[in-house]
Write a protein that binds this ligand. Structure first.
Ligand code: NAD
Ligand code: MG
Length: 382
């Protein structure tokens, strides 16, 4: 038997609860082969008769049949939508394909939308569910590391606009998140590593023991060890659930989940479409945030070294390549349109107060910011 089938024979699902007000609590179920062994835990979260499963052209051939059969076996009427694959289709015209199908099939407000895929599908289906007939239920079946540890939890949904990423959206929480870790077996290596950068983020901003666990276990994550992966996903979801429960609509602490993202988004957007995956850009951004924190004396050299070491252990980038088009001016102009700019002042998430602690603040040394940017672009400006 393969290691994953061994695992499925011995483990029951881990459950992480997301505690929210007004009876909107929901479970995140995590385990190997859950789609085969725990289908009823999925179907019990569908309250009406109709289910619309939405996936993309890459993931549907792999998992759509299994998922539709689960709902059909529970007596549901199932329809499907298959969207084109890619962040470039996370837009309003593609979103409309979901509404077209729902309306053609006459789905009413008791229907449930099911997102089967990575973060792009999850964000789009969540937003479709938030706005179809002013809101219907939805379920997340995330299939990428990024979606399992981050995007499927917390209720941020939306699509991109030509003038900005995730600029059109809503907060809408799912009925449940159903994570079958076996679906990771088909995820490309580069996507897997990209998702690991969001796992590293939780340790750095709020969970020192988790960071120390990662320092030992990242090689097993890269080797796709199913038990180690389930543990990493569970601890990531626990962290995300706690932050979301404390600050659902991002009035404060939820912003700390964006460690490395302000620098990272600049790298992602400034380098040209398709150059970096999100998690790769976040890794470079995390290195920049750590550098800047060390420059101001907010963390010591030893912690700075550990940040670099763990990113490198995960085979993630920590610097810009020599042919990068990023310049200091480009950094400054791209960072000035970040959603964390308030009253014209950019707030950053920086490391401060030792491993597992950070600050979300506009009170930082502006020279340290410029010096950090200059240091990162100097390699590519020669
Ligand atoms: P993605 O959804 O594009 O998936 C990455 C690639 O992997 C795609 O080609 C996808 O088809 C493929 N894929 C996914 N699962 C697979 C599987 N099991 N087997 C084979 N291929 C598979 O990208 P992502 O990294 O999952 O998510 C990124 C998106 O998530 C971005 O749009 C980002 O804005 C969003 N996001 C949202 C939140 C949130 O809180 N809502 C948080 C983080 C990221
Ligand atoms: Mg992210």
């Amino acid at each position: 038997p393969t290691s994953s089938s061994l695992c499925s024979a011995t483990s029951s699902p881990e459950i992480v609860k997301v505690p929210l007000s007004d009876g909107r609590d929901y479970p995140i179920m995590i385990g190997a082969d859950l789609l085969s062994t725990h289908a009823s835990s999925l179907t019990e979260h569908v309250h009406g008769k109709n289910v619309l499963v939405i996936s993309n052209e890459k993931i549907a051939p792999l998992y759509m049949d299994r998922v539709t059969k689960i709902f059909e076996s529970a007596g549901k009427m199932v329809d499907t939508v298959v969207l084109p694959d890619g962040e470039q289709y996370k837009d309003l015209p593609t979103l409309n394909m979901i509404f077209d199908k729902a309306l053609e099939k006459g789905l009413d407000r008791k229907c449930t939308f099911v997102a089967l895929g990575g973060g792009v599908i999850g964000d789009m289906v969540g937003f479709a569910a938030a706005s179809y007939q002013r809101g219907v239920n939805f379920i997340q079946i995330p299939t990428s590391v990024m979606a399992m540890v981050d995007s499927s939890v917390g209720g941020k949904t939306g699509v991109n606009h030509a003038l900005g990423k995730n600029m059109i959206g809503a907060f809408h929480q799912p009925q449940c998140v159903f994570i079958d870790t076996n679906t990771l077996n088909t995820l490309p290596d580069r996507e897997l590593k990209s998702g690991i950068s969001e796992i590293i983020k939780y340790g750095l901003i709020r969970d020192a023991p988790f960071f120390e666990w990662q320092e030992k276990n990242i090689p097993s994550l890269l080797a796709r060890d199913p038990q180690i992966f389930a543990e990493a996903i569970k601890r990531s979801c626990e962290n995300k659930a706690e932050v979301v429960a404390a600050d659902e609509k991002e009035a404060g602490v939820r912003a700390t989940l964006n460690l490395g993202h302000t620098f990272g988004h600049a790298v992602e957007n400034g380098s040209g479409y398709g150059t970096w995956l999100h998690g790769e850009a976040v890794a470079i951004g995390t290195a920049m945030a750590a550098q800047m924190s060390a420059r101001m004396g907010w963390i010591d050299e030893a912690l700075l070294k550990r940040v670099y070491a763990i990113l490198e252990l995960a085979d993630l980038p920590v610097e810009l390549p020599v042919d990068s088009p990023m310049t200091a001016d480009l950094f400054h102009s791209l960072m000035s349109v970040d959603k964390k700019v308030a009253n014209g002042v950019l707030r950053l998430i920086l490391l401060k107060g030792g491993l597992g602690n950070c600050a979300f603040t506009s009170e930082y040394d502006k020279t340290a910011l410029s010096d950090t940017i200059n240091e990162f672009v100097s390699e590519c400006e020669q």
